[in-house]
Design a binder for this molecule. Structure first.
Ligand code: ATP
Ligand code: MG
Length: 283
């Protein structure tokens, strides 16, 4: 057996006695994998706890402020209630995302496939983000095919994956930027006909060494500009798992300070599910 660098071994020693002689039995077990799994679990729990603590602390602080308020300042009260409402919705979303990720990981998330009409789906997506784009003076464009294929997929889950991509593009693109959605179909030698959804922006971009890490649960880019933007680092992990459950994937090409393109690819007809692919996590 060859051991790699950083291998962890467990030694156990037992006395073995037989007539007239005594000996020791030394058992050496390679527990490297077990230790890595334990560390992964601990780190995930501490990251999750940290993510949940921030909104909880804010809720408690603003409830205390409401209780302490002596005067009858309606505006101040409303501000506290708004913060409590926003933060409790954030908690709800984090917990919901974590449950979905856990379900996919355990292979227990059901995929309810059906014929998905793409034209209304993209119309709704556009309507959902137009106001947000206007608020940030971002030009939001949709380049859609003249003829739509029918997709056999779980409409709600795929919509969620696209919301995460488009939401990110708007979140990580500064005021005055550009975000574009381009939809096309292609013949893929391995997967048959596939649907491709490219979500591009000319926002802050991502360093090459973080291109894979951003798909891990709770990972957020080590970029100062990220810290002032709300997020828990779960959206892409979830979106990629959904794409993989459909036999597809999400990939990224990005350049720091120039922008990013995330591409969602899913086979049009149902391919055997890639469910059960395990989620990796931030190291
Ligand atoms: P949330 O759970 O609310 O989605 P999040 O947006 O931080 O939080 P992800 O969507 O998983 O989490 O994205 C992970 C990280 O990838 C982000 O924190 C950001 O650093 C980076 N990222 C994602 N999309 C973009 C983008 N379009 N441009 C630049 N960075 C991005
Ligand atoms: Mg996100």
């Amino acid at each position: 057996m060859r051991l790699g660098d950083g291998a962890v071994l467990r030694f156990a020693c037992r006395a073995v006695r037989s007539e007239g002689s005594s000996a020791a039995l030394i058992i050496v077990t390679d527990v490297t994998q077990q230790k890595a799994a334990d560390e992964a679990r601990n780190s995930l729990v501490s990251q999750a706890t940290h993510e949940l603590r921030t909104p909880l602390t804010n809720i408690r602080l603003y409830i205390d402020a409401l209780i302490d308020q002596q005067d009858d300042d309606a505006a101040a009260r409303l501000k506290c209630i708004n913060v409590i409402s926003v933060e409790s919705r954030r908690l709800e979303r984090i917990v919901g995302d974590m449950l979905s990720v856990a379900e996919i990981e355990a292979g227990t998330m059901s995929v309810n496939r059906g014929d998905v009409r793409l034209e209304p789906l993209f119309k709704e997506l556009r309507a959902d983000y137009e106001a947000q784009a206007q608020d940030k003076e971002i030009s939001l464009t949709f380049d859609l095919p003249p003829k739509w294929p029918t997709l056999f997929a779980d409409r709600d889950k795929l919509t969620l994956a696209m919301h995460n991509l488009l939401g990110n593009a708007l979140k990580y693109t500064p005021v005055g930027g550009r975000v574009g959605v381009m939809v096309e179909t292609q013949a893929d030698p391995a997967k048959g006909d596939v649907l491709l959804v490219h979500v591009s922006d000319n926002g802050i971009g991502i360093r090459p060494e973080e291109h894979e890490l951003i798909f891990e649960q709770f990972y957020r880019a080590k970029d100062n500009r990220i810290s002032s933007i709300t997020g828990s680092g779960l959206g892409l992990a979830l979106a990629r798992q959904i794409a993989r459950q459909h036999g597809g994937d999400i990939t990224v090409s990005s350049e720091l300070d120039k922008g990013s393109t995330f591409t969602l690819v899913v086979p049009l007809s149902t391919a055997p599910s890639a469910a059960g692919t395990t989620l990796s996590r931030a190291a």
